[in-house]
Design a protein around this ligand. Structure first.
Ligand code: NAG
Ligand code: NAG
Ligand code: NAG
Ligand code: NAG
Ligand code: NAG
Ligand code: NAG
Ligand code: NAG
Ligand code: NAG
Length: 443
């Protein structure tokens, strides 16, 4: 077992990153944080599990207890330990004595739900694996119990997209019970592998605490829609996000301040949100965590030169055979992140062919539409971003005066600010306050 890249993938878009040969940065004091074990990929997943505790979605000791029993690089042991923890936490949540107040109810169910999500991370190689459905059903049911116990219960909504021939899956969270409060509202989209339930913890909890309404949504390729509608990722994300804006400005018209309507995109959602914003002038501002320019460039920069040249020579059959046989060898050869990225990426893009996967990523280019973006954009960057290194700067340059560039550094310098969610939220809301001149009393 070997960890071949230095960068945490957080809940991120890092496909095949373990195939990288020269990504290690030996020159700086890297990594800037203490590592949980010697497997970089697992370490970043552990940080994801821990950081949910900021908003009631985890408890530290129980996570570290699971971590203690997980064999580095062993997908099965990772899955089993988090499944076990999730089941145990679910049992606590179901104990009638636990449920004497709504805080107990939501903390226990938020935590159980999050642990089920972690149990799902490494089980996507075999699409017929029944756990892909059963574990996810558990996370969904647990999450629904949790949001029903919020001070103002969250609500799942299905939003039809006639143009996309699909149904967008969303969850609406109100910041106020006042039916006429016109409040700022954040629409949050996740990326490659995170779920909208994760987005509650990373963005909506912080938004609600500051008096913002929040809505999360998922489209093709993302957890719910991939499972229930059998749809892989699409690049024309406006067919997913615009129906959400329609919904917010119609069904929630009375409670939404249309001058303060913000779209946020996390990880690969940094591409998806920017793409959608190019077609959506009704947005007041956009938040990219981080800025993504070109998915194909990002992912292929992680391929060893010899493999990339086979692909670029159009030798697709050989390329697929070589990549899949590297997969068969397991993490010893190409690293945990590569194995995960391949398994998860093929599932999410709904293809069994690595070359088709790379073909598809060529469509995800922000340069084609960036000139159409009309509103202020917060372009986040991470000092230790390796997959999309330099791309946020390109987004910033293309947007010119419309953008505010912010590079998160040091301990906040991982992809998506993994492990520094509080600093991320503080930075974003401070920027929004300045940019949108919000005069509301914060609740
Ligand atoms: C290594 O990290 C340092 C400090 O962040 C940075 O200045 C330098 O450019 C990085 N080098 C490479 C090769 O990425
Ligand atoms: C990683 O740690 C495990 C024990 O937790 C050990 O068995 C393994 O040899 C270590 N691997 C490397 C590459 O150091
Ligand atoms: C978790 O609970 C499910 C359903 O009861 C069960 O099938 C599964 O084996 C349990 N997993 C672990 C690791 O205990
Ligand atoms: C995939 O999972 C299904 C259902 O458990 C099983 O029947 C099948 O043999 C598995 N395929 C492989 C290649 O392991
Ligand atoms: C729309 O989606 C349905 C179900 O996924 C599919 O059967 C149908 O062919 C699609 N229609 C078009 C016009 O793409
Ligand atoms: C494809 O790659 C294989 C292995 O590198 C090589 O033997 C073969 O000649 C290549 N085919 C073409 C058409 O380039
Ligand atoms: C990838 O794209 C190339 C060029 O368009 C095409 O020839 C090839 O068939 C595609 N591969 C797959 C698996 O779709
Ligand atoms: C905390 C903070 O920066 N609040 C500011 C939000 O925006 C209003 C209006 O511009 C300012 O008055 C607040 O000071």
């Amino acid at each position: 077992m070997r960890s071949s890249t230095p960068i945490a993938h957080c809940f991120a878009a890092l496909v095949l990153s373990g195939l990288a040969t020269g990504a290690t940065n030996e020159t700086s004091d890297y990594p800037p944080t203490y590592q949980l074990g010697n497997n970089t990929a697992f370490n970043s997943e552990f940080i994801v599990a821990l950081q949910n505790s900021l908003s009631g979605g985890a408890d530290i000791g129980p996570v570290l207890g699971a971590v203690k029993n997980i064999k580095p690089g062993d997908f099965d042991s990772y899955h089993k330990e988090f499944y076990k923890l999730a089941n145990a936490t679910k049992a606590q949540a179901e104990d009638p004595e636990n449920n004497y107040d709504p805080i107990n109810v939501r903390d226990s169910w938020f935590s159980a739900s999050q642990y089920y999500r972690r149990a799902d991370v490494y089980i996507h190689r075999n699409w017929s694996e029944p756990l892909i459905k059963t574990v996810w059903d558990e996370q969904t049911a647990a999450f629904d119990n949790a949001i029903a116990a919020l001070p103002i219960p969250g609500r799942r909504v299905q939003i039809p997209s006639p143009e996309g021939n699909l149904t967008v899956e969303a969850i609406w969270y109100s910041a106020s019970e006042d039916p006429y409060a016109k409040l700022p509202t954040m629409i949050v989209g996740n990326g490659f592998d995170a779920a909208q339930e994760d987005s509650y913890h990373y963005y909506c909890a912080a938004a609600l605490a500051r008096g913002w309404n929040c809505i999360t949504y998922e489209g093709p390729g993302q957890n719910t829609v991939r499972r229930t509608q059998d749809l892989g990722f699409i690049h024309n994300w406006e067919v997913v996000a615009t129906p959400v804006v329609d919904y917010v400005l119609s069904a929630k018209k009375q409670v939404v301040d249309e001058r303060r309507l913000v779209l946020a995109g996390n990880s690969m959602g940094g591409y998806l949100a920017a793409r959608a914003a190019a077609f959506e002038p009704r947005l007041s501002a956009v938040i990219l965590v981080g800025g993504l320019w070109d998915l194909y460039a990002g992912y292929t920069s992680q391929l060893p030169a010899d493999l990339l040249s086979i692909y670029e020579a159009g030798n697709y059959t050989t390329f697929d055979e070589q990549v899949l046989s590297l997969r068969d060898v397991g993490p010893e050869d190409i690293g945990t992140e590569a194995i995960w990225g391949l398994d998860y990426g093929l599932w999410a893009f709904k293809t069994h062919s690595p070359s088709e996967f790379f073909n598809l990523t060529k469509l995800y280019r922000i340069q084609d539409v960036v000139h159409q973006i009309q509103m202020p954009v917060f372009v986040g960057d991470a000092e230790f971003e390796n997959i999309f290194s330099g791309q946020a700067q390109k987004v910033k340059d293309a947007l010119g005066e419309k953008s505010t560039f912010h590079q998160f550094k040091g301990v906040a310098g991982y992809h998506c600010q993994s492990g520094a969610q509080q600093e991320l939220a503080r930075t974003i809301f401070a920027w929004l306050n300045k940019t949108l001149e919000i005069e509301l009393p914060y609740s």
